[in-house]
Design a protein around this ligand. Structure first.
Ligand code: ADP
Ligand code: ZN
Ligand code: ZN
Length: 667
């Protein structure tokens, strides 16, 4: 007889991160299961507290007479899916978070929904839809056929589709979903938030109608809860959304699709710092479901798994509908300067834009990495003007104000240098606003749109800009990362990448991978319609392998060079890394504690792990909080987990820790 329940108390209280065992009273035995929300007596207070049942056993962990009894069930039928509780447990273990943090991540918060239901369907109902593609190409068909055979025979080896931009991956996903639905199962489709546009949703709606549900960050908490509730009631069978769509309480999950698998947005920035790919694989394992990933530039993680035969690799090498990949050209900006052109537009780019405008076609100009540009520095002492609360330079905006992109601090542009009093202050670097202004001067008749985090801050700003560009209401679209992700603009025949190497110098072992991805994805925006496209890459480092291989659209060669480098340096995916971050208001205490941790790890695990640091985090101070990092490298993930538990146990026992925070980030 299973009579004891382990519970986690009220998930809004971080400080109670232990399981407590309670007796299950006779009359509740038939109703209580893993995932039930119950009321239990706890602490000195008279009011019983809410708790989630996370385990049920027939063994009392303590003296049975001392165990208290569960009071009641909170509400009949309020249960979390058992698999989600297990998944939270798995995430806590794998990413070194607390159980409370993991539960908060997987369980939607119940909120009252205002009467307004998402008016998605009304909006979509007024749209003209493209008819679905009836017939798949031979390349596409081969993948779908193989999928059906594997699915039928319960072979659940994950799929990785490496398909060039515009090769019709979405059509392949839809065929697979259709198949899985016909088996009476459900599907989750993950799309990075930034690429989750009406354009994508519309295609799914055209095919599956109201069977789809959409989850994105612009929904209110109540609306999200309602979407999950619909899924739980079985009123929907396809959930499309960003990474949190993984936690849809489907009971008959059959397929998880992960589009643009390489996207950084799939990694959570808050604890548990999970990666959606890893969680998807675990969730699929629990449900006996399939995982299908797709990308034009697979991550090193996924591609190495495919090379090792753990994932099945499929290729789509041609653009669906017969279009050609863009022709690429590389321009060396050093030569441009040497020959007297100081503008950010090379002469070749000016020529291409002019031609494009003459033919009535559209161009996109892409500026990589917004935050680094546009700072103001002093020619007298060389100091940049910095945020007083964060360890970053302030960004100069067209309004003439300086703004901190980390905390929002803002001040007017000073007349004299705050450090030395010199009056020679000047803006450095170049941002999207200046590009817009320069392009306006150079091409006065062109209609120009700009898309970056300034112009999209308003709700719906993102959509408004994309749809007006798609409708041909502008000739040139200027923007950051967000213009290159997954959009399909058939009128675009030219993509100009203004400074390709900016992202190469980021302090991150993934910088070459990110650069390659951005260049290939950006080039992929050109020539998706009937007319052929050109991608022009301007760079100061034309010989760098990520730029050369991106220009040649040669993923295999990029992978070869990048994986050799990662292996040599013992970087992921060929080794694992845990970044241990300690942060606090007290700079000295922060440094002292992370030093103690480093010493303790060295004593206990020094022979088994490579340690780097402690070093200041890439941004040392944010909102007056100091941050230091210790990096630990080891091929065996389990050893890193053991170190994490060792550190956390000691941490919990130290009094000073109340004033600091510790976080772990695995890769
Ligand atoms: P990807 O997701 O690989 O970038 P998409 O699925 O967006 O590619 O497809 C690119 C374009 O090609 C879309 O407009 C799509 O409707 C079209 N397409 C896809 N499959 C076919 C096909 N078999 N025949 C003709 N056009 C297709
Ligand atoms: Zn100065
Ligand atoms: Zn700041």
């Amino acid at each position: 007889m299973l009579r004891y329940a382990s519970v986690i108390i009220d998930i809004s209280h971080e400080n109670v991160d232990r399981m407590f065992q309670y007796r299950i009273p006779e009359h509740l035995l038939p109703q209580i299961r893993v995932g039930s929300l119950v009321l239990v007596p706890f602490g000195a207070g008279k009011r019983p507290r809410k708790a989630w049942v996370v385990d049920i056993t027939d063994k009392a962990e303590y003296d049975e007479s001392k165990l208290k009894e569960i009071d009641s069930l909170v509400e009949k039928g309020v249960t979390a899916d058992e698999n989600l509780i297990r998944l939270a447990w798995w995430m806590k273990e794998r990413y070194g978070s607390t159980m409370n943090q993991a539960l908060k991540t997987v369980l939607p918060v119940k909120r009252q929904v205002r009467a307004r239901r998402t008016n998605l369907w009304e909006e979509l109902a007024g749209e003209e839809f493209l008819a679905g593609q009836v017939c798949l190409s031979e390349e596409q068909r081969r993948i779908v056929d193989s999928f059906c055979v594997d699915y039928e025979s319960a072979d659940r080896r994950p799929y990785l589709i490496h398909g060039v931009t515009g090769s019709g991956k979405t059509e392949v996903y839809m065929e697979m979903i259709d198949y899985v639905l016909r088996q009476g199962r459900q599907a989750i489709v993950l799309i990075p938030e930034i690429a989750l546009t009406w354009q994508t949703v519309r295609r799914f709606y055209a095919r599956f109608g109201e069977e789809i549900c959409v989850m994105h960050s612009r929904l209110s908490a109540g609306e999200r809860y309602e979407q999950f509730a619909r899924a739980r009631r079985g009123e929907t069978s396809i959930m499309i959304g960003a990474r949190s769509a993984l936690f849809t309480p489907f009971s008959r999950l059959g397929l998880i699709v992960m589009d643009e698998e390489h996207e950084g947005a799939y990694k959570s920035e808050t604890s548990p710092r999970y990666h959606a790919r890893e969680v998807a694989l675990e969730l699929a394992r629990m449900h006996g479901a399939m995982v299908v990933m797709g990308s034009a530039t697979p991550s090193l993680e996924a591609y190495s798994q495919a090379k090792a035969g753990i994932f099945r690799l499929f290729k789509l090498e041609r653009r669906a509908g017969g279009g050609q990949l863009a022709r690429t050209e590389v321009i060396d900006l050093r030569r441009e300067l040497a020959e007297g052109n100081k503008s950010i537009f090379s002469r070749r780019l000016q020529e291409l834009i002019t031609g494009c405008l003459l033919r009535g076609e559209q161009a996109m100009l892409f500026m990589n990495r917004r935050g680094y540009a546009n700072f103001v520095s002093c020619r007298g002492c060389g100091e940049a003007i910095r945020c007083p609360h964060c360890d970053v330079s302030l960004t100069l905006h067209d309004s003439g104000r300086l703004i901190c992109h980390y905390c929002g601090y803002t001040r007017p542009m000073p007349k004299i240098c705050p450090s030395c009093g010199s009056s020679y202050l000047a803006g450095f670097g170049i941002g999207t606003q200046q590009i817009e202004r320069l392009a306006g001067k150079m091409f006065p008749d062109a209609r120009i749109l700009r898309m970056d985090s300034d112009t999209t801050r308003r709700k719906g700003g993102h959509e408004a800009i994309l749809s007006s560009f798609a409708a041909g209401k502008a000739d040139i679209l200027i923007g950051t990362q967000m213009i290159v992700k997954g959009h399909d603009f058939p009128g675009v025949t030219l993509v100009g990448i203004l400074a390709a190497d900016v992202s190469l110098y980021a302090p991150d072992y993934r910088s070459a991978e990110h650069t390659f991805e951005l260049l290939v994805q950006a080039s992929g925006r050109a020539g998706r319609g009937k007319r052929p496209g050109t991608a022009l890459i301007q760079t100061y480092a034309p010989r760098h392998y990520s730029i050369r291989t991106a220009a040649a659209q040669d993923y295999e060669e990029f992978y070869r060079q990048e994986s050799a480098y990662r292996r040599l340096m013992h970087y992921p995916p060929f080794s694992h890394m845990m970044a241990l971050l300690v942060s606090g208001e007290d700079e000295e205490l922060t440094a002292h504690m992370i030093g103690e941790i480093a010493a303790a790890v060295e004593r206990r695990f020094g022979d088994r792990v490579t340690m780097i640091g402690p070093v200041p985090a890439p941004v040392y101070k944010i909102k007056d909080i100091y941050r230091k990092i210790l990096y630990l490298k080891q091929e065996n993930y389990d050893i890193l987990i053991r170190i994490q538990k060792y550190v956390q146990d000691r941490w919990d026992e130290t009094e000073d820790c109340r004033k600091l925070a510790i976080q772990y980030d695995f890769s």
